[in-house]
Design a protein around this ligand. Structure first.
Ligand code: SF4
Length: 333
């Protein structure tokens, strides 16, 4: 990879001072815990959503790494409710328990924690500790393809390109500016090349639409499910913590793949005889769930897993189960 520092100078410092999103709260702290939290939240969620609903309440609930480590998994999942991709919250919690009272102060130590990949480790290292390592999120990748006029780059080539551009004396500003350029200037359509601080070194700017080459579109598989909502006459519902990798620790109603035998407490259930509450859908990263929800009137059988709607609101639930609870709520109104 050509060393871009031998090319005409790039003007990220001055550009960031004038145009960067310097108001973001995680850019105005050197607290590695708060920076790490923002990086994990922003992995799959828009800045505006994280800012409006999640970052501050989570920090208020768990202000330090130690307080997060001391919490139960259920408390952490509850605070994460609505953000999705719950393995992020479980890994955050595990990593806090491994590292408390303080996150490691180097890239290798950060990489050893669950849920921290190279980009997150580099972000925390450069933003909190000023270590000269580049970041690499989706918008930065697009800009790098264009700067180096490459249709396709492997992960290794992307990191090499990012290292070549990195301003080792100012890794904080450089990385923040690269993310802003990728997000707001080198946009997928109609990049603002005339305003771009990378313009002088950008080899792909006259044919930006070629870089990167479009990915082949994958179709999202649909998983059809039957979802039972066991309910008592006095308005209590049965849920239990899930044990799946995707939603482990979150409470949910019993689910069955369409075509699979439906049973409750060892008894076969004839779904055709049940009240149909409605369809429910949810899009996960690699599949779409299409469920049909049925009410199963039953007796509580003396177990602990029965909750009123009021009690359910205190449990951590996945998005699809929140939708079902909303169905039940509108039924009770
Ligand atoms: S000059 Fe244009 S194509 Fe090149 S990085 Fe900047 S915005 Fe993207």
């Amino acid at each position: 990879m050509k060393n871009a520092r031998q090319s005409p100078p790039i003007r990220l410092q001055g550009w960031y001072e004038a145009h960067g999103r310097r108001d973001l709260p995680w850019r105005n702290t050197r607290d590695p815990y708060a920076i790490w939290l923002s990086e994990i939240m922003l992995q799959q969620t828009q800045v505006a959503t994280v800012l409006a609903r999640f970052y501050f309440p989570f920090l208020e609930r768990f202000p330090t790494l130690q307080s997060l480590a001391d919490a139960s998994e259920e408390e952490v999942l509850k605070a994460w409710e609505g953000l999705g991709y719950y393995s992020r919250a479980r890994n955050l919690h595990k990593a806090a328990q491994m590292a408390a009272p303080e996150l490691p102060r180097n890239v290798e130590g950060l990489l050893a924690l669950p849920g921290i990949g190279r980009n997150t480790a580099h972000a925390v290292a450069s933003f909190a500790y000023g270590i000269p390592v580049p970041v690499m999120e989706a918008n930065v990748k697009r800009a790098l393809h264009r700067v180096f006029a490459r249709e396709r780059m492997s992960e290794a080539e992307l990191w090499e390109a990012a290292e070549a551009l990195l301003d080792r004396d100012n890794p904080f500003t450089h990385n923040q500016a690269m993310m802003d350029v990728g997000n707001y200037v080198c946009t997928p359509k109609q990049p603002k090349c005339l305003l771009c601080p990378l313009n002088a070194i950008c080899e792909g700017k006259t044919a930006w639409e070629r870089y990167p080459a479009p990915k082949e579109k994958k179709t999202t598989p649909v998983r059809e499910k039957i979802i039972l909502v066991p309910a008592t006459l006095d308005g209590r519902y049965w849920l239990s913590p899930r044990e799946t990798k995707l939603l482990g620790g979150l409470y949910g109603f019993p689910e069955f793949a369409k075509g699979e035998a439906v049973a409750w407490k060892g008894q076969a259930v004839d779904v055709a005889t049940l009240r149909h509450l409605g369809p429910v859908t949810w899009v996960y990263s690699h599949f779409k769930l299409a469920g049909e929800v049925y009410l199963l009137p039953t007796t509580p059988l003396g177990e602990n897993s029965w909750y009123t709607l009021e009690e359910i609101t205190r449990l951590p639930l996945a998005g699809v189960d929140l939708k079902i609870v909303e169905m039940l709520r509108s039924r009770e109104r």
